[in-house]
Write a protein that binds this ligand. Structure first.
Ligand SMILES: [Mn+2]
Length: 285
């Protein structure tokens, strides 16, 4: 049985990094990992999901899931991919190219799948099926470490359906821990974990959100693009629009967070240098 939430201990041997939404930009990731001298024997790379669609190497990014040092939560793009192949995974009947027309997946950057569907069926069965099975096993939440060193990993947001005066706007560690015990997340919560932009889109122009939410550990996420990482209510959003940086001088980039050294590294197409900036995550005392 697959787990909707997975736990990992603190990394005592090497360093931990978190990468924003990759969307096929494997070449940008390679440059960042080279820059930090990523050590595949002891370092870990966490992904906030959305490995596929839009950028140049979607399938190769999905195949990162085979690496022992790579850990990802499911993004809404992986969820849309799985929806398209649900019947295939159950019955082994390969879909027809036309089955995908008008799907959310194709409308959201999934056209790359046509190339694979039109290739040798045997190739699909071997290359893609393994990745689909791995993708289906992805959790919605990772909990890494405990107590002070704990951080969570999700795709979008832990926002609750409605904000009221007395309640927090977001779910807390205690809620996540309870879902872990039950190995269950309600469909409504799952939907917001994959799709919500309530917090990140409201920014501080509409509502003021403090950086820290009492009771919620630092929670790395992505899904909502802005040019620099931002923190609201313990959520640290690392989606800086990697695939959009294919346009010169766009201001977008791929962001990698160095958890141990509180640094953010970024790189873009058309940009030779890797930028390194200090990014201290605010935590409650
Ligand atoms: Mn997304």
């Amino acid at each position: 049985m697959s787990s909707v939430i997975k736990k990992l201990p603190t990394n005592t041997l090497g360093k931990d990094y978190v990468i924003g939404d990759l969307h096929g930009c494997l070449d940008l990731l390679d440059r960042l990992l080279q820059n930090v001298n990523f050590n595949t024997t002891c370092d870990r790379l966490f992904s906030v999901g959305d490995l596929i669609d839009r950028g140049p190497f979607p399938l190769k990014c999905l195949q990162l899931l085979d690496k022992p040092w790579f850990f990802a939560v499911k993004g809404n793009h992986e969820a849309m991919l799985l929806e398209c192949f649900a019947n295939y995974l159950l019955t082994n009947t390969l879909p027809n190219t036309t089955d995908f027309d008008d799907s959310d997946f194709i409308y959201n950057g999934g056209e790359w799948i046509y190339k694979w569907l039109n290739l040798d069926k045997q190739f699909i069965a071997s290359e893609l099926k393994t990745s689909l099975k791995t993708t289906a096993e992805l959790p919605l939440i990772y909990i890494i470490g405990t107590d002070e060193s704990r951080f969570n990993l999700i795709h979008a947001e832990l926002t609750k359906p409605k904000k009221n005066q007395t309640d927090s706007m977001v779910w807390l560690d205690a809620d996540i821990d309870q879902w872990y015990e039950e190995n269950a997340i309600s469909p409504a919560v799952e939907h917001r974990l994959l799709w919500s932009r309530t917090l990140m889109d409201s920014d501080d122009s509409e509502y003021y959100h403090p950086k820290v939410q009492t009771g919620l550990s630092t929670t790395f996420c992505g899904h909502t693009i802005s040019k620099t990482p931002k923190q609201f209510l313990s959520h640290v959003c690392l989606d800086t629009g990697a695939f959009l940086s294919i346009n010169a001088n766009s201001g977008f980039c791929l962001s990698l967070y160095d958890v141990n050294d509180s640094k953010c590294l970024s790189v873009a197409y058309h940009q030779e240098e890797v930028n390194v900036t200090s990014f201290i995550i605010q935590k409650e005392n």
